[in-house]
Each structure stands twice: as structure tokens, then as C-alpha cells.
Ligand binder design. Structure first.
Ligand code: SF4
Length: 294
């Protein structure tokens, strides 16, 4: 049977996927805003466990087309081990079309381009990367353990290996003081990476990490109001210019956002900006804060 060590997280777009937990927790686990894996110690599951779960799932769910590998940064697994997992998955599920997982920039930097190509060829087709911010100041203050250069280098290496990217940013992460820098630098990094998908979430601090977040921030953190979040989102959207004339499927429709927005950038930029301006004058349209979750 499939054994999950809770809590279990997956991106919204993997709602219909088979979730296979190949690692437990996050190998880093120190981003000050993130409470997802605080109760777990990072470990990799054994080949015997993973193979048994794949064999079981292939009998129970033989029509599986998509698999998401949990937990927080499954790409931390050594390349040879990941290739074994991918090969066994595609052997076991004849209709399998896509395997995806979360990845940290350091996972990508630690692997060579050749390793990433091998993973892509074995069927790892999509990576979810938490950029969070393009601002090195904000990244440092939230102890992301990554720089904008590392995020760009790692992401472009994955793209050049043929792996699709879905990147995430967090609105409000720099608070009021760094809002402008956060928006502009995030737009710069997103433009350079030009991922296939880009999602903007809105910061909501869990009680588990609130004190730690405030203390690591190193100065008083002033959270953004809903209107300021919309201003930040507008600045972000106005400045995203995907490299190589590519298009980005942009989503700010996560349960943490004040209003669900979907667009293709840069094509829909003017419409999104107009919508945001309209929303600012009709705040009753915004999702009430008690209905939002991170
Ligand atoms: S944001 Fe990602 S890398 Fe940071 S602690 Fe959470 S799961 Fe780990």
C-alpha cells in the first residue's frame, strides 16, 4: 500500500496526480516563512520501500498519467537513484506521461547539465521551484539559502536540459520597506528565467514560524495591506518581460491571494493591470482574509 508521512504537500496543479513520497521533509528546512516540513527530519526512503509502493500503485491505479514526487525537494536525491525511480515508474505505468517534483536552486546547481538531461530523458519533465523573491536583500532576510544568481543559473540549467519549470513568488515577502525592490527584482529574475509557468502566492505566516520570521528579518517587518499586495502584484506584472520573446502562463489564484488572477504574460499585461486598478477601488471583491491559507 501507499504510506504517506503527513503532512503531505503538492502543487495545486498536481491534484489529479499519483503522489509518491520518495523523500521525507526538506533537506534545507530553514526558510523563515515556511512551516511545511518543520515537524519532519529529512530522509530519503529506501529503494525497497519505493519499489514496493510503485508496484502496489501500478496494480491499483494502472491508468496513472502523472506522478508527483514528494516531499519538499525530491530532486535532492542522487541522480542515479532518481533514474532508478523514474525508470521503474515508466516501466510500471504504461500510460505515464509526466513525472514532476519540487526542486531547490541548490539541487539544480549540484547537478551537472548532463545529469539533468539524463533525468529529463528518463521522464522528469517538470520542476516546481520556489524563487520566492528576486531580491537578494529579501532572500537573505527570509534565510532562503539562495541568491538571485543561483536561482537564475540553476533554473536556466534545468531549462537548457529540456525540463519545464513552474516557479513561485511570494507577494509581500519583503514587507512594506522592500516591496518595490521585491517586485522589480522578482520581475527581473522571472523575466530572465522565463519559466513556462509562474505563480504568485501571498505571504501568510503560520504561528509556528511567525516569531522566527520576525527575528530573522532583522528589522521591524511591516506586512502589506491587501491594497499594497495588489500594488506589488501590479508592479511585478508591469515589469515582467520574458526573455527570448517567450510567454509565461501566470497565476495568482492560490488560496492565499486576495483575488484569483490568470494570465499569459506579456500578452495579457494591460488587462491584468486594468483588473488590479479596478479591484483597488472595489475591495469588497477581495477574498476575506479568514478564507485565505498559505
Ligand atoms: S520553502 Fe522550500 S526550501 Fe524552504 S524550507 Fe520550505 S520546503 Fe524547504
Amino acid at each position: 500500500m501507499l504510506t504517506y508521512i503527513e503532512p503531505l504537500y503538492r502543487p495545486p496543479s498536481e491534484a489529479g496526480s499519483l503522489i509518491l513520497q520518495v523523500t521525507i521533509g526538506c533537506s534545507y528546512n530553514r526558510c523563515s516563512f515556511c512551516s511545511m516540513y518543520r515537524g519532519k527530519r529529512y530522509e530519503e526512503r529506501s529503494w525497497d520501500e519505493i519499489r514496493a509502493e510503485i508496484d502496489y500503485a501500478s496494480q491499483e491505479y494502472p491508468n496513472t498519467r502523472r506522478v508527483f514526487l514528494a516531499d519538499g525537494d525530491a530532486l535532492n536525491i542522487k541522480t542515479e537513484y532518481m533514474l532508478n525511480i523514474l525508470n521503474h515508474l515508466y516501466r510500471s505505468f504504461p500510460k505515464l506521461e509526466r513525472v514532476s517534483c519540487y526542486a531547490m536552486p541548490k539541487n539544480l546547481l549540484q547537478k551537472s547539465k548532463e545529469e539533468l538531461v539524463a533525468l529529463r530523458d528518463a521522464g522528469l519533465k517538470l520542476l516546481y521551484i520556489g524563487i520566492e523573491s528576486g531580491s537578494d536583500t529579501v532572500l537573505r532576510k527570509v534565510t532562503k539559502g539562495a541568491t538571485s544568481k543561483g536561482i537564475i543559473d540553476g533554473s536556466l540549467k534545468a531549462k537548457s536540459a529540456g525540463i519545464q519549470l513552474s516557479c513561485m513568488l511570494i507577494l509581500g515577502l519583503g514587507g512594506r520597506r522592500y516591496s518595490r525592490e521585491h517586485a522589480l527584482e522578482s520581475a527581473r529574475v522571472a523575466s530572465m528565467i522565463a519559466p513556462e509557468y509562474l505563480a504568485a502566492l501571498t505571504l501568510l505566516l503560520d504561528d509556528v514560524v511567525r516569531d522566527e520570521f520576525m527575528s530573522k528579518f532583522g528589522e521591524p517587518f511591516e506586512p502589506l495591506s491587501d491594497i499594497e499586495v495588489l500594488d506589488e502584484l501590479k508592479m511585478l506584472v508591469e515589469h515582467i518581460e520574458p526573455s527570448s520573446n517567450s510567454k509565461i502562463i501566470f497565476r495568482a489564484n492560490h488560496a492565499s491571494n486576495p483575488y484569483p488572477i490568470k494570465a499569459v504574460l506579456p500578452d495579457d499585461r494591460a488587462d491584468v493591470v486594468a483588473l488590479i486598478d479596478d479591484l483597488k477601488s472595489r475591495s469588497h471583491m477581495l477574498r476575506p482574509s479568514h478564507l485565505r491559507r498559505f
